[in-house]
Design a protein around this ligand. Structure first.
Ligand code: NAD
Length: 499
């Protein structure tokens, strides 16, 4: 077996699920239809809770509340400084509840509990504080215009925003979007993924406690085509910010075009290459490659799923990559010794296994892994394929699971061509000590993030988003606020101007 499933000599924290209803206009309410759906624990497949199933009628109510809060409420009208203070309070409250929030994301999405406590949830606190500090620094420009005019620009909040969120980082991606929108003075309707609704409802409760006015932040849990579709086609939503698959991104854009031509930003999938050159330290490259694909069980949009290794070190790399993958411990994400938890749900579990079977049928060599792990839940062994050809499905499709495709290359030109041979353009990694190779390849790859001698080089200050079919519009960084603003030009004549 390529990995071990651990025993049960560790403690699973107890938790009572407190919030299961929609959050509209500052209140937790049932869906208009009265319907609920089950959210399941990927460790076992068992039901965790029944969640209110919002659809069009609920989205209408949430948008109406957000519209009122935008058109007549305090939030867009208060000073940026005041908005920032409330956002800081929101951050403090999250900080006081890190453990509980991390438990929710582990239960819902199978994420490692230890990482949730030190990365995902503290990351939301950091995002809130970063954008809170920016809320009072949003300003336009003064324009010395030609002829006898002068003007200035105002940056105004875009209005009511719909945020549609995936399940792989239920907290982080939610706050990528909510923070700059709050700082800009927007009001919003959030739709978390149906696989991972629990933490978003908890955050809504904390937002109210922090003093975010009713109607500013609404959460409608439910399914994509119904609740998500109602947001992207709503005539009174001014912008939709979406993270998810390219297929659904296209539907969101179509719905926006067919309704009120709302502004759209899309953060979509990837099939990111990691290119390892002959001069690389092989042990370091193996560590990077295994982290790039096996972190968060491969359910990462920027996962380094195509590993291109130069021929001089290929054989050594293959041997060491397999040894390293076999050492990863697959098991209960509450166990602090575990490196890899379960895939998010049965659908993803089956999908990943199908790709593995497809890889074998296409003629790739299964070096290690490839099987389900354990007798319950959705665990899959860390899997490595060698002899992968570029036109194979496993080298082209986003598998979104712990499956590495290893490929050999000879020259730098070949590496660049192969790296770009994808419809995606989210990220790429380069491992070399040659500065010129690093710079040349960085400029040649069409992707939004390039990581040299590192992988997952994320920081709040560093814009993140795709090229090509990985979407458009950046999350993180100060510029992300601009997605939630619109620029107004104000012009006055000057009579008798000397200039
Ligand atoms: P998904 O596209 O199936 O779902 C994403 C969200 O869209 C969910 O909330 C879902 O309910 C909603 N949705 C589904 N159908 C809809 C519709 N017709 N109209 C409106 N909303 C709809 O994606 P997923 O399976 O949740 O997430 C995996 C995908 O997300 C992968 O492709 C991954 O690469 C991508 N992703 C991208 C980034 C990024 O920042 N680029 C980050 C994380 C995940």
């Amino acid at each position: 077996m390529g990995s071990q499933c651990n025993g049960d000599d560790f403690e699973v924290p107890e938790i009572k699920i407190k919030f299961t209803k929609l959050f509209i206009n500052g209140q937790f309410v049932d869906a208009v239809s009265g319907k609920t759906f089950e959210t399941r624990d990927p460790r076992t497949g068992e039901v965790i809770a029944h969640i209110a199933e919002g659809d069009k009628a609920d989205v209408d109510l949430a948008v109406e509340a957000a519209r009122q809060a935008f058109d007549h409420g305090k939030w867009p009208r208060m000073s940026g400084y005041e908005r920032g203070r409330i956002m800081m309070k929101f951050a403090d409250l999250i900080e006081q509840n890190i453990e509980e929030l991390a438990i929710l994301d582990t239960l819902d999405a199978g994420k490692l509990f230890t990482l949730g406590k030190i990365v995902d949830i503290p990351g939301t606190v950091q995002l809130l504080r970063y954008y809170a500090g920016a809320a009072d620094k949003i300003h336009g420009e003064t324009l010395k215009m030609s002829r006898e005019f002068q003007g200035y620009t105002l940056k105004e909040p875009i209005g009511v925003v719909g945020h549609i969120i995936p399940w792989n980082f239920p907290s982080t991606i939610l706050f990528f979007k909510v923070c700059p929108a709050l700082a800009a003075g927007c009001t919003m309707v959030v739709k978390p993924a149906e696989q991972s609704p629990l933490s978003a409802l908890y955050y809504a409760h904390l937002a109210k406690e922090a003093g975010i006015p009713d109607g500013v932040l609404n959460v409608v849990t439910g399914f994509g085509p119904t609740a998500g579709g109602a947001i992207s086609s709503h005539m009174d939503v001014d912008k939709v910010s979406f993270t998810g698959s390219p297929e659904v991104g296209r539907l969101v854009m179509e719905a926006a075009a067919k309704s009120n031509l709302k502004s759209v930003s899309l953060e979509l999938g990837g099939k990111s290459p990691l290119i390892i050159f002959n001069d690389a330290d092989v042990d370091m490259a193996v560590d990077l490659a295994n982290t790039a694909i096996f972190f968060n069980k491969g359910e990462v949009c920027v996962a380094g799923s195509r590993i291109h290794v130069q021929e001089g070190i290929y054989d050594e790399f293959v041997k060491k990559a397999a040894e390293s993958a076999k050492k990863l411990v697959v098991g209960d994400p509450f166990d602090p010794r575990v490196n890899q938890g379960p895939q998010v749900d049965e659908g993803q579990f089956e999908r990943v296994l199908k790709y593995i079977e497809h890889g074998k049928r296409e003629g790739a060599t299964l070096l290690t892994g490839g099987r389900p792990c354990g007798d319950k839940g959705y665990y899959i062994e860390p899997t490595i394929f060698t002899d992968v050809k570029e036109d194979m499905l496993i080298a082209q499709d986003e598998i979104f699971g712990p499956v590495m495709s290893l490929m050999k290359f000879k020259t730098i030109e070949e590496a660049i061509e192969r790296a770009n041979n994808t419809r995606y353009g989210l990220a790429a990694g380069i491992v070399t000590n040659d500065l010129n190779i690093a710079n040349r390849v960085s400029r040649s790859i069409r992707a939004g993030s390039i990581w040299i001698n590192c992988y997952f080089g994320f920081d709040i200050d560093c814009p993140f988003g795709g090229f090509k079919m990985s979407g458009f519009g950046k999350d993180m960084g100060l510029d992300a606020i601009d997605k939630y603003l619109q620029v107004k030009s104000v012009v006055t004549p000057i009579y008798g101007s000397p200039w």
